[in-house]
Ligand binder design. Sequence first.
Ligand code: DHB
Length: 376
Amino acid sequence: MLLSQILHLHDIDSIVLERKSRSYVLGRIRAGVLEQGTVDMLHRAGVGDRLSREGMVHQGIGIAFDNVLHNIDVHGLTNGKVVTVYGQTEITHDLYAARDAAGGVIIDSADDVALHGVDSDAPYATYTREGKTHRIDCTFIAGCDGFHGVSRKSIPQRVLTEYHLSYPFGWLGVLSETPPVSDEVIYASHPRGFALCSMRHSMLSRYYIQVPSDDLVDNWSDEAFWAEFKHRLPQSLAAKLVTGPSIEKSIAPLRAFVADNLNYGRLFLAGDAGHIVPPTGAKGLNLAVSDIHYLSAALIEYYGSAGEDGLKQYSAKALDRIWKTVRFSLFCTRLLHDFPDHSAFEKRIQQADLNYMLCSQAAMASFAESYVGLPY
Ligand code: DHB
């Protein structure tokens, strides 16, 4: 949607194929912490007005462990950079509004999408909708269809290397119409597992706890969630927590995945189609946006008759930033979670990592630099 909107601003036509219905897409609860670069991109795409009004600017984050809440002054450590809390669902909403206003073509409920001739000069996509088969001829295909989408599967295995890593735990997330326990996002490390305090706005809290991979949402009543969540926070914070009924509850697995490379012929992968990061550090959406930064620039260059060099460099450029961001997401995950199979020695090293980070300006600055987002 973002790519389509940016291309439109440069008079380049596109068609968006979406497998789900619009109401499904706009009902999904997704991430919510935006890097400065993401915010800048949304402004450049002309969809930044509501974000400016309603987004919550955060200058720092909290790190809690050993019953103490520490602050990392992200703003001070990065020469004034910040992150903005604004739900991904709201961004999607704003993008639909912008595309609709400009007469953009978004085909929803498109089934059986298949890509053809991606390594030729005349690629096309087919799909079925309401029982009829359709064909779209195009110049390029941007595969922005997520990890399970058809795009990556259209690249022959012999030219694709896939790197996978999985963790033995996931995040149980709860959304509740309660005031957030803190103005800042708080990452809590506890011997019973990680916990995260986040928010969407002043009366909507988003909280998570680490749970084993094979755990089920049905095992967690609201009461059980709140009790475990409070247990993992410093007492001073737990005492302030306002609880209420959950309006959404789900478990997300933690894993990492990178496809190398992101280009085959006229097909370019972006976002989760090409890479997945564990959620710690909130990089998934931001990485998708930085991919679109590189891909849109290369397409605009191509249509401005500057040739295909930019498109040829897309994969390498995007992957350089992707791997650095995967590194950061894994670092945050290792730093803050309980690893059931870690030895006592490894657990002490993890504590030393936390203690080191919170007493070293250099380590905190390095963390903050990645947290606000590496430059494009
Ligand atoms: C949120 C998600 C994250 O992965 C994170 O690191 C911080 C906040 C959220 O959903 O608000």
